[in-house]
Design a protein. Structure first.
Length: 382
């Protein structure tokens, strides 16, 4: 199971490290290894959230996620995306941007760093909306009850997530964006840029997330009708009709996953410049990390880990909220990648530990034969 799921990741790791050694010797080998670890640590919460979505998709779309999705993640976000950002920021052609990345690495790094406010605003708002929609949803299983219970009641107010996100964006544009950090330690007013980029991130979330949710609901309706049709076919002997919306639903959920991965990759791409400004080494290191995140996502789905450890998804969404705040803060202040990675790891580890305690408590309660009220109290979380 482990080799089947992580086989391609192991192979890509070997090829990537060998390619790095040939490209720049042992120094390049070490840089690529560090970048891979950085990407995995920063994106572990991404894997948990992705697993929650991917488990709703069939084996075919899971395979698409591990093939085409990886190509988009590795080549699209870790290689092409930084070049596109430079081309747009410097108002030059893509070919000139590639030439700059290969032959003038310092200037390339400067342009990407200067574009960070718009990247952080877009990604920060997208991730913030994910967190807010999760925390305001009324769910049966709650982890931090003292937070989630009152927020679930507030979540009954229509468009509350959007209102809070816009308020956060306005505050960010009037505070952090006014003294946005630039290459070389200087500061510049990026309020308008941050405002526009943040709104773009919000719109992207609403469009992609809305379409994904819409077709997911349609798929559930069709599955229910299919089940009824199967029962009818068994009674009458007729051939049951095929479900035609499954492909549309899976496609938009796949699209949502790719946009989500893109938002998660922003901090990894920007953080990689603290280690190297060589675009080839960045693509190799971050690409290896992206492979492991993909494989880990599928592993969590196939092992049913999210069903066994029910608070993991909560911890991952809290990590998303923390990352969203960190991205917005980095518009003005530099925050070390180690801090960003540790926040996510700590929150997920905490949620895993809480899940283990819950499972143990439930097992003990079942052995003693508790009442239904006691079971509900045990399963409700912290």
């Amino acid at each position: 199971m482990l080799l089947k799921t992580f086989g391609w990741s192991f192979a890509i790791t070997a090829l990537g490290l060998v390619a790095a050694a040939f490209y720049g010797g042992w120094t390049a080998f070490g840089i690529v290894a560090i970048l891979a670890v950085l990407e995995i640590s920063l994106s572990f919460d991404n894997a948990v959230v992705n697993a929650g979505i991917l488990k709703k998709m069939n084996a075919f779309w899971q395979k698409i996620f591990l093939t085409i999705g990886v190509l988009i993640a590795v080549f699209g976000m870790r290689l092409i995306f930084p070049v596109v950002i430079v081309a747009m920021s410097a108002k030059i052609g893509p070919i000139d941007a590639v030439d700059l990345a290969l032959n003038d690495k310092d200037q390339y790094q400067q342009l990407v760093t200067d574009a960070h406010p718009s990247i952080a605003a877009f990604g920060g708002m997208f991730l913030l909306m994910i967190f807010l929609d999760f925390i305001f949803e009324d769910r049966d299983i709650q982890w931090l009850r003292w937070i989630e219970r009152p927020l679930a009641k507030l979540g009954k107010v229509d468009m509350l997530s959007v209102c809070i996100a816009l308020i956060v964006l306005l505050i960010t544009s009037m505070t952090f964006a006014v003294h946005a950090h630039q290459h070389g330690g200087g500061h510049v007013d990026k309020a308008q840029t941050v405002l526009i980029s943040g709104v773009a991130g919000l719109i992207t979330y609403m469009i992609v997330g809305g379409l994904s949710g819409y077709f997911e609901d349609k798929l559930e309706e069709e599955e229910e009708r299919e089940h009824e049709a199967e029962e009818e076919a068994e009674r009458t002997g007729k051939k049951k009709p095929a479900v035609v919306l499954a492909g549309q639903a899976a496609f938009f959920m796949f699209l949502y996953l790719e946009v989500l991965d893109a938002s998660f990759s922003f901090d990894g791409v920007i953080g990689a410049f603290a280690i190297t400004n060589d675009i080839v080494l960045m693509a190799l290191g971050l690409g290896i990390g992206a492979m492991y995140v993909r494989s880990l996502t599928v592993y969590l789905v196939r092992q049913g880990t999210l069903d066994d450890y029910v608070y993991l998804e909560h911890g991952a969404h809290y990590a998303i909220g923390a990352l969203a705040v960190i991205l917005l803060v980095t518009i003005q202040y530099e925050i070390h990648e180690v801090i960003t990675g540790l926040v996510g790891v700590i929150l997920i580890a905490w949620s895993f530990w809480s899940s283990v305690r819950r499972n143990k408590a439930l097992a003990e309660a079942e052995g003693k034969g508790p009442t239904s009220d006691e079971k509900a109290e045990v399963s409700s979380g912290v």
